[in-house]
Design a protein around this ligand. Structure first.
Ligand code: NAI
Ligand code: MG
Length: 357
């Protein structure tokens, strides 16, 4: 039997609730499939670990998960630890050194879910956002001087490398080519950011020449927000920088119904390191401990993980189970306007998996 080692890092807040739910669904999925098993190792890294040890994960943390087949991640962030400490100490400390440079964010309006867009009934909105995930505005380059004085100065320098931009463009064009519409929108801001974003556009044009069958256009990020709302059916695959795509993907999630359903994969396409799968939402302090977090984003991320591992049938079966459950409004959590709990949704997905032929 095929066997995969999964590193589960639930993290903080609702991260622990949705990862527990996701692991249950994945276990039922592998049982139902019968062809593979998931061996899960649990890591209690996050803000509680930080409060006990002064760091978000052990010094050799990455070594402990370096040889796993994939990472299943919840969320980080606690009300009493600064966000830049939690994010850089755990999530970015994994994504960047593991060269998970392609952050892939599919967005669809699942059956039974209502988009806030009046003119969208479902199929008009079917996108994948590819976010550059290793450099750009989140490269971490910068500093603060004259701390505490009136002339205190702080910089965050956006770093774009030819290697980094070329590889994300190739990935995005390749993904666009694999989808029926073969359409890619390159998001930019080269009118105002006249160095790095101009190089970004130039490299996009160079890579476009390698993919003549992909229909490609270019859009300024501000105009892109308008197009996502006004003409969602004109969009298929999107590639954008770390910051731009971070913002656009929260908008995309909201337009598809809720942040609670939006999944993501942090992919190392060369497979030199494990890739990491997680819901795009954060630790949601406002609903932590209430048992009402929507686990759908985590289930969908689990399906992406199965797909990455090569378990296509199981991934498709899990997606069918998710869609059967979202189709029933009685199984919607409060973020979708319903009253269902995390446990009820999870039970229903597990049942749908067992009933799927
Ligand atoms: P958030 O995503 O945690 O929450 C935003 C809103 O969406 C809240 O009202 C929350 O209740 C709701 N929401 C999110 N996920 C949901 C789900 N599965 N089901 C139902 N409702 C859901 O973003 P926020 O409030 O900006 O950040 C909270 C903390 O999470 C911060 O510390 C932040 O740094 C961290 N964060 C971590 C991320 C990660 O680990 N990947 C991503 C985003 C934020
Ligand atoms: Mg974000």
């Amino acid at each position: 039997m095929r066997s995969y080692r999964i590193a589960a890092i639930p993290g903080d807040g609702i991260g622990t609730e949705v990862i527990a739910a996701g692991l249950r669904a994945l276990a039922v999925c592998s049982e139902r499939d019968g062809g593979f098993r998931l061996a899960v190792d649990h890591f209690d890294w996050g803000s509680d670990y930080y409060k006990a040890h002064g760091r978000m994960m052990p010094e050799n943390g990455r070594d402990q998960i370096r040889h796993h087949d994939a990472i299943f991640f919840g969320a980080v962030g606690a009300p009493d630890v600064p966000d830049h400490v939690t994010l850089w100490g755990l999530r970015l400390a994994i994504c960047q050194p593991f060269q998970q440079y392609a952050n892939v964010r599919p967005t669809r309006v699942l059956p039974g879910i209502t988009s806030p867009l009046r003119h969208v009934s479902g199929p008009e909105l079917d996108w994948v956002i590819v976010r550059e995930n290793s450099e750009g505005e989140y490269a971490g380059v910068g500093g603060r001087v004259h701390k505490g004085f009136p002339h205190e100065t702080a910089t965050d320098v956006a770093m774009f490398t030819r290697t980094g931009v070329t590889r994300i463009m190739r990935y995005a064009f390749g993904l666009a080519r694999s989808r029926p519409r073969k359409r890619l929108t390159v998001v930019t801001k080269s009118n105002a950011q006249r160095h790095a974003m101009v190089m970004w556009d130039e490299i996009a044009a160079e890579v476009a020449a390698e993919f003549p069958d992909v229909d490609c256009d270019k859009m300024l990020v501000d105009a892109m927000t308008m197009r996502m709302v006004m003409r969602p059916d004109s969009i298929d695959t999107i590639v954008a920088t770390n910051l731009h795509a971070d913002i656009l993907s929260d908008l995309a999630a909201a337009l598809a119904g809720s942040l609670g359903i939006a999944p993501t994969g942090n992919i190392n396409p060369e497979r030199e390191f494990p890739s990491m799968f997680e819901p795009i939402h954060g630790s949601a302090f406002d609903i932590t401990g209430k048992g009402i977090a929507n686990p759908v984003a985590t289930f969908w991320s689990g399906a992406m993980m199965l797909e990455h591992l090569g378990e296509r049938d199981a991934a498709a079966r899990l997606m069918r189970a998710i869609e059967r459950v979202t189709a029933d409004p009685r199984l919607h959590t409060p973020d979708l306007g319903g009253t269902a709990t995390t446990a009820q949704v999870t039970d229903a997905v597990c049942e749908a998996l067992l009933g799927d032929n």
